[in-house]
Design a protein around this ligand. Structure first.
Ligand SMILES: NC(=O)c1ccc[n+]([C@@H]2O[C@H](COP(=O)([O-])OP(=O)(O)OC[C@H]3O[C@@H](n4cnc5c(N)ncnc54)[C@H](O)[C@@H]3O)[C@@H](O)[C@H]2O)c1
Length: 245
């Protein structure tokens, strides 16, 4: 079991889905967890990650209350409607980039001083399998998650000397409100057929990988963009190949 006793973590997008599950997983591992999300809610601090001043205020409040932040999980994200690239509204493209990329950067930037001061800070960015392979009709989302993967490597290099480790997870289809928005029985069947492990994932399966990367058990890991997708990006599970074995 990953042990995070004495650690303080901030999880963005902590009110829903993978973020909410990650809050629970980190707490179960012993961490004190502060959840940020777009709107105030019981147990959730309101912060719009697109806005650096809103993020800075929440970062200062977390440090004032808990003395430090050891772990940042950048989980807040948005997805665009399914449309072929030529029909995507440039405003929607920009909005996706603002949350998924600029938002992740803002949180990392605002918390960097306290992450550095701990001597062993850790950031885990939540990208997507769409950062590694293309999904149809998701140009804005895929481009933004590709940028999250590149940002992960950049921050890992820039902050390695300060022992702030920066990694990313790339979840496959995970059963959250965001995924359910897009779900049809046909999609469910197609995804299950296409995933080598043959199923979709529960949010806590992503949360547990995040907890590992954030923990001292991953002390030698930085700059890694890790698929958590049941093998989707490894290849096709079954092809009707002809010929003798
Ligand atoms: N569910 C999946 O299948 C899947 C697959 C791959 C990657 N992901 C990624 O995982 C992350 C979480 O997704 P989810 O499925 O749990 O989605 P979700 O919609 O359940 O949760 C996303 C949360 O982010 C918050 N948020 C959005 N904009 C924000 C902003 N500007 N400031 C602060 N908070 C904001 C929302 O309020 C929401 O609570 C996202 O980054 C998503 O792209 C999800």
């Amino acid at each position: 079991m990953v042990d995070l006793k004495g650690k303080v973590a901030v999880v963005t997008g902590g009110a829903s889905g993978i973020g909410a599950s990650t809050v629970e997983v980190l707490r179960d591992a012993g961490a004190t967890v502060v959840a940020w999300d777009l709107h105030d809610a019981p147990g959730v601090v309101g912060a719009d990650i697109r806005d650096l001043s809103s993020v800075q205020k929440a970062a200062d409040a977390a440090v004032a209350e808990h003395g430090k932040v050891d772990i940042l999980v950048n989980c807040a994200g948005v997805i665009t409607p399914n449309l072929p690239a030529h029909e995507v509204d440039p405003g929607d493209f920009r909005k996706t980039y603002d949350v998924n990329v600029v938002g992740s950067f803002n949180c990392a930037k605002a918390l960097f001083p306290t992450l550095k001061a701990t001597g062993a800070g850790a950031i885990v960015n939540v990208a997507s399998q769409a950062a590694l392979v293309s999904l149809p009709d998701q140009s804005a989302y895929s481009a933004s998650k590709g940028a999250v993967a590149a940002l992960t490597r950049s921050l890992a290099i820039d902050w390695a000397a300060d022992n702030v480790r920066v990694n990313a997870v790339c979840p496959g289809f995970t059963l959250t409100p965001m995924a359910k928005q897009q779900m049809t029985p046909e999609l469910d069947a197609a995804v299950s057929r296409r995933v080598p492990l043959g199923r979709m994932f529960e949010p806590e399966e992503i949360g547990r990988t995040i907890a590992f990367l954030a923990s001292p058990w991953a002390s030698a890991v930085t700059g890694v963009v890790m698929a958590v997708d049941g093998g989707w990006t490894a290849g096709e599970p079954a092809l009707p190949m002809g010929g003798d074995a």
